[in-house]
Design a binder for this molecule. Structure first.
Ligand SMILES: Nc1nc2c(ncn2[C@@H]2O[C@H](COP(=O)(O)OP(=O)(O)O)[C@@H](O)[C@H]2O)c(=O)[nH]1
Ligand SMILES: [Mg+2]
Length: 480
């Protein structure tokens, strides 16, 4: 309980940092249209992905302890369903769906973090819904069941961009389960591409759990090992890595009991793997911990990006100062030249003969001042505009892009910098920019360091409690 409180207070602090320190700045510069914390203030989210019939819905039902989601051999359910907790019933009430809401409600109610999914259009809205369930499993988290992904070749028009939806949901999710079944252990390319493109590399491995489900359909241990091997091979092909990610092996007894293809009574290996479902469940229940990591990464990523954004604005201000120096210097030169020429004209050209030398100087000086004024007016208008357009054209030169990290943050910020400069015409307060810059840098450096320290402390106290899952690596005697 103490631990849960600690996690909650840390979470509260992080959200407050985002809301009070980053959001005002993000809104001021058009970095975001909505308060940054909108997407992360709701409950920890677990996204369940996989082929159709991988047993996603059956496994979710297993964890919930009731038949909440429809299951079936054919692609039964083509909706994204957010399943969340209803704590209003007595704790001994049978688990059931207590309330259902449609996508329109879910996308528009500010209590939920899904507003950004509105962009996927009407067809998506009609395939998005909410269920409230009084299952204890959901006490600290919400689950999103998804329609199965088909192999990308047969993937035809769903009426919305499935990969983008999955990508957006993956960004919101704290934990992502990717399910396979023994029949289709090789077709996950589509999900993987969505995930790889949307999750920051450093969090990918922490946030994704692979599950080989429906293992009761393997007739023998050899059969299971063969399937497991195929899956490992396919995963390494897709991830481009030689090491195999941890894979949880499990099945749903409720679904198996009704299945004609199940070997659950004969398969001698199954009893040995029975505990895996519980380990998987424990891993899922750690989602609130992941939420902290997620939040920390969120703060890091956004403060890093906003810092880069403000650096670009400072770079622009520097160029403006240079422009004015150059322009002023040239103006002085041109007006002096004009004055001298005028003076020489008056002296030697015989224009206005009889003018006293003092008046000469006054006329030349006046002309010089007029040219300077004209120059300044032109600088203010045309030259400044030309300068601004040029800066927009070579916008990549505003800040150094010497490391890959900087190139990555720039990639994310470039268009936002462009839009802001275009919208303001390059006229913004340098003072505000430097003040905001100092603020965001402090959040980035001090804030994220403190969070990481708190997290590693939490991790070190958690290690003792962790069950030895297959996912933590097989216990194989070392061969010397
Ligand atoms: N034998 C067996 N059948 C399962 C298991 N999980 C799901 N099924 C069956 O497989 C079919 C597809 O399951 P479903 O949960 O609807 O898959 P989804 O499309 O991934 O949600 C249903 O007929 C389930 O009864 C399992 O672990 N073992
Ligand atoms: Mg389903």
């Amino acid at each position: 309980m103490h631990r849960e409180n600690y996690i909650n207070s840390l979470r509260g602090e992080l959200l407050a940092t985002v809301a009070e320190r980053l959001t005002p700045i993000a809104l001021r510069y058009g970095y975001s249209d909505v308060a940054l914390e909108t997407n992360i203030k709701w409950r920890p989210l677990v996204l369940v992905l996989g082929n159709y019939s991988a047993g996603k819905s059956a496994l979710i039902n297993e964890f919930l302890g009731a038949d909440i989601q429809a299951t079936g051999q054919a692609p039964t359910d083509d909706s994204f369903t957010v399943i969340t907790h209803d704590g209003s019933l007595p704790s001994d009430a049978p688990v059931r769906t207590t309330e259902e809401r449609d996508g329109k409600y879910l996308l528009n109610d500010p209590e939920y973090p899904f507003e950004m999914l509105k962009k996927h259009g009407q067809r998506f809205t009609s395939h998005f819904r909410l269920k409230k369930v009084n299952a204890p499993f959901l006490r600290t988290l919400a689950v999103i069941d998804t329609p199965g992904m088909l192999d990308s070749i047969t993937e035809r028009d769903r009426g919305y961009n499935y990969q983008e939806v999955v990508g957006d949901l993956a960004q919101l999710a704290d934990l992502i389960l990717v399910l396979f079944d023994p029949h289709k252990a090789g077709t996950i390319r589509e999900a993987h591409i969505s995930l790889r493109d949307t999750l920051p590399t450093r969090t990918f491995e922490d946030r994704v759990l692979y599950v080989l489900n429906r293992i009761d359909e393997c007739a023998s241990l050899i059969d299971l090992i063969r399937v497991y091997g195929t899956l490992c091979w396919n995963l390494s092909q897709i991830t481009g890595r030689k090491d195999i990610p941890p894979i949880h092996l499990t099945y749903s007894p409720r679904a198996a009991a009704e299945s004609r293809d199940s070997f659950r009574k004969e398969a001698a290996y199954l009893p040995y793997l029975e505990n895996q479902r519980d380990y998987l469940k424990q891993a899922i229940l750690r989602a609130p911990r992941h939420r902290l990591d997620h939040l920390a990464t969120f703060v890091e990523t956004h403060s890093e990006r906003i810092t880069h954004f403000l650096e670009a604005l400072t770079g622009y201000r520097k160029q403006v100062r240079r422009f004015w120096l150059r322009s002023g210097f040239l103006g002085v030169l041109v007006s002096l030249l004009a004055g001298t020429v005028a003076d020489a004209g008056l002296l030697y050209g015989g224009i206005l003969p009889g003018l006293s030398p003092a008046l000469h100087v006054a006329v030349a000086g006046g002309l010089s001042a007029a040219v300077m004024a004209l120059w300044l007016a032109a600088s203010l208008k045309w030259f400044r505009l030309r300068f601004h357009r040029r800066q927009l054209k070579k916008i990549d030169a505003l800040t150094p892009l010497d490391t890959q990290t900087r190139r990555d943050t720039w990639q994310a910020m470039r268009d936002i910098v462009y839009t802001y400069l275009e919208k303001t015409g390059g006229r913004f307060s340098g003072k505000t920019v430097s003040r905001d810059y100092a603020e965001v840098r402090e959040v980035h450096e001090k804030g994220t360091r403190e969070i990481r320290e708190a997290l590693s402390e939490l991790a070190s106290t958690a290690n003792g409690e962790r069950p030895p899952t297959a996912a933590n690596g097989p216990r194989v005697r070392q061969v010397k």
